[in-house]
Structures are given as C-alpha cells and as structure tokens.
Design a protein around this ligand. Structure first.
Ligand code: APR
Length: 186
C-alpha cells in the first residue's frame, strides 16, 4: 500500500529492514546506542562490528532524538539511530517523544542528503507501544514532515509481521483520508 504527498512516496511493506536498499535505514535504538535486541540487534548483526565501533563514539542519544552512522556491510549507506519512548499511558510526553523520533530521523536524513529512507515501527516491540496507538502518530508525523520537505522521495515503512502490516494499513487509510490523500493499493 502507498500514498503520495508532494514528491514523496510513503510505502508500507512487510519484511526485514536490514535488507532494504535505500540511502538510510532507521534503527529503533536505545539511548546508549550500544546495540540491543529486536531491530537494533538485527541491524548490528547485519552491519557488522564496525557499526558498534562507530556508535560508541556518538555519545549516546536522547529519547526522541536521532543520530546518523555509516551502514558498513548493510546495503543502506547510513543507519539513522532513533530512540523512541518506553510506552507509559500515564505520561503525556510519550506520544510527543514518539513523533519527535520520526521527525528528527527525517531531519537528520535531510541534513545528510538522504532521499530514500526505511523505518521500522519504533517503540512497538520491547518498548511496549501498542501498534494501534503508535501507527497513526508515526504515519502522521512522516506525512506532515514530507508535506513540507521536498527532497525526501521515498519513505518505506517496513513491518516485521502481517498483523503489524494490517494495523498500519488501517491507520494509513485514516491518516491519509484526514489529509485528503489518495491511497494506492499494492
Ligand atoms: N525488520 C523490521 N522490523 C523489525 C525487525 C526487522 N529485522 N526486527 C524487529 N522488528 C520490529 C518489531 O517487530 C517491532 O515492531 O521492530 C519494531 C520495534 O521493536 P524493537 O526492535 O523491540 O524496538 P523498540 O520497541 O523501539 O525497543 C527498543 O529494544 O532492541 C532493543 O536496543 C533496543 O533498547 C532498545 C529497545
């Protein structure tokens, strides 16, 4: 499923983000940037040990922020390490920090001449963010940013399993309708 806003195509796919052939893939990292499980572990395994050697030099990353590194053995030239919030339904900052993680990733992409980028569903794994709540925030943040910033031509949102893909497709229909954007199936 995909939608176009200005010159940007936002595409939802199911797959393994480490295989994406885009300028940059986004990592759902933690604030140490020293690796972990989930997509963080998968990206570090696929990129090889030089990735950790570089992320050790980045001085960590605040929640809601993002930092860039090289991609090493990955097909992607760069990895943008974004730190999402740990889900807490009683903390009003949590949705703000999730949106910020997406927006900062796109700002860092633009600052490094990245025009094609792949995102995982940040915070929806170990960090416990319900996909039903995270998906509209993530997709809305991406569409709103790309509505104002032309150079990004492709955002591929990579879901690891079919239920997550289905929930994001439902969210994209709603978010696109709010912005009077046309969904293209397939
Ligand atoms: N490709 C795409 N998506 C993936 C992949 C992959 N190879 N592996 C996992 N995912 C999905 C998960 O299914 C989930 O939907 O990425 C989403 C984010 O889950 P996590 O990787 O657990 O990330 P997050 O919830 O943001 O928690 C971050 O987990 O791995 C640690 O070091 C990381 O401490 C940090 C925390």
């Amino acid at each position: 499923m995909r939608v176009q806003i200005n010159r940007t195509i936002l595409q939802l796919v199911q797959g393994d983000i480490t295989r994406e052939e885009v300028d940059a893939i986004v990592n759902a990292a933690n604030s140490t940037l020293l690796g972990g499980g989930g997509v963080d572990g998968a990206i570090h395994r696929a990129a090889g040990p030089q990735l950790l050697a570089e992320t050790r030099t980045l001085g960590g990353c605040a929640t809601g922020d993002a930092k860039i590194s090289r991609g090493y053995r990955l097909k992607a030239r760069h990895v943008i390490h974004a730190v999402g919030p740990v889900y807490n339904p009683r903390d009003p900052d949590v949705p703000v920090l999730l949106v910020s993680a997406y927006r900062r990733s796109l700002e860092v992409a633009l600052a490094n001449s990245v025009t094609s980028i792949a995102f995982p569903a940040i915070s929806t794994g170990v960090y416990g963010y319900p996909v039903r709540e995270a998906a509209p925030l993530a997709l809305g943040a991406i569409l709103d940013f790309c509505a104002q910033h032309e150079p990004i031509t492709l955002v591929r949102y990579v879901l690891f399993d079919a239920p997550a893909l289905a929930q994001h497709e439902k969210a994209l229909r709603a978010v696109a309708a709010e912005r009077r954007l046309i969904i293209v199936e397939g």
